[in-house]
Write a protein that binds this ligand. Structure first.
Ligand SMILES: *Cc1c(COP(=O)(O)O)cnc(C)c1O
Length: 343
């Protein structure tokens, strides 16, 4: 890895961050707060939230097995994705490399930040090699995006490929583990000490059932987390989200849901094999799967008519005639299956 100083955009390296009232004073003893121009009434909503989400991070640290200083929290993983560009990529100079097909936000954020987005096409098994990924890089490549389990293909990317890429690349490798709760593959989020150029993304939106509250996280070495905190909006995770996330983390675990959903996944996959409308299903390590249909567009329209919405991936490279189907509740899955049996 190149020194962080060299990887960062020079303006970010020099940046003196905004210092909020809640940043400058932090301590438990005070009880009169006249420092932030807040309204004294309407507690607790009158107060600005903790800009560094200290209490929430302590809970996440415990749950995820990662020290709090190695955790960044944002308004969905999408904030962390955008921040990576804003911290590391000089507009119209630097570039990033990503597998193709993959999660659409990496490219959208590249476009917004005016950063060249280079694609490395997966093979027929939706796999790739480190050689191919590194072959797409040049000296202005700052980031490599690897989503595993990958969206929309559903499969894990080969571990050796990921490790090899991290070890051989001199910039930052981001491994997006949004769906890792549904997979048995070893996790990368606890390995950021071993790999100083690794950033791992997690989210409350999938296994945790909290897409509505918008809470995403990044795990990385402290120096990278510190830069992300410097660049983010001061109060990027609101009070309601912090409160609700803490409640969920204290009171629940996702293991029950995960086993329910993965069991349903196996049942639905089996049922798809018997559908005349389905030509092939792809192996999955996520809470969704990709199915090659006889005619994805007309089946998609037919399902919409019946009030059942799936994701049409027909136009995505390597996904011709494919639908991406989220595993729902038993009842929802049965509605989908009976509609498809009548097609
Ligand atoms: C759904 C998803 C996310 C989650 O994004 P949030 O902004 O946290 O809701 C992240 N990465 C991938 C690959 C996803 O599919």
């Amino acid at each position: 890895m190149r020194p962080l100083k060299e990887l960062l955009r020079p303006n970010i390296e020099r940046l003196k961050p905004y210092s909020s009232a809640r940043n400058e004073y932090s301590g438990k003893e005070a009880h009169v707060f006249l420092d932030a121009n807040e309204n004294p009434y309407n507690a607790p909503y009158n107060r600005y939230p903790d800009p560094l989400q200290t209490e929430l991070k302590a809970l996440i640290a415990e749950k995820k097995g990662v020290p709090a200083e190695n955790i960044f929290l944002g308004n969905g993983s999408d904030e962390a994705i955008d921040l990576m560009y804003r911290c590391f990529c000089r507009p119209s100079i630097d570039n990033v490399v990503a597998i193709e097909p993959t999660y659409g936000m990496y490219e959208v954020c590249a476009d917004i930040n005016d950063v060249e987005y280079r694609r490395v096409l997966l093979d027929d098994n939706f796999q790739v090699s480190a050689d191919k990924i590194l072959g797409a890089c040049n000296r202005n490549t700052k980031l490599i995006w690897i989503c595993s389990p990958n969206n929309p293909t559903g499969n894990n990317i080969n571990q050796e490929c990921i490790i090899d890429t991290i070890k051989r690349f001199n910039g930052i490798v981001i491994v997006d583990e949004a769906y890792s709760d549904f997979s048995d593959a070893p996790l990368f989020r606890t390995r950021t000490t071993e790999f100083p150029n690794l950033v791992v993304l997690n989210t409350m939106s999938k296994a945790w059932g909290c897409a509505a509250i918008r809470l995403g996280m990044a795990f990385a070495q402290k120096d990278i987390i510190d830069v992300m905190n410097k660049v983010k909006y001061p109060y990027n995770v609101n009070f309601l989200t912090q409160q609700h996330a803490m409640q969920e983390l204290r009171n629940f675990d996702v293991l029950g849901w995960v086993s329910l959903i993965t069991q349903e996944r196996e049942r639905v996959l089996k049922a798809f094999l018997d559908l005349k409308a389905c030509e092939k299903i792809y192996p999955t390590d996520a809470n969704f799967f990709l199915a090659k249909m006889t005619d994805a567009q007309s089946i998609y329209n037919y399902l919409v008519d019946k009030g059942v919405i799936v994701r049409n991936r027909n136009k995505v490279r390597l996904c011709g005639n494919c639908l991406r189907i989220t595993v729902g509740s038993k009842g929802e899955n049965n509605e989908l299956l009976s509609a498809l049996r009548q097609f």
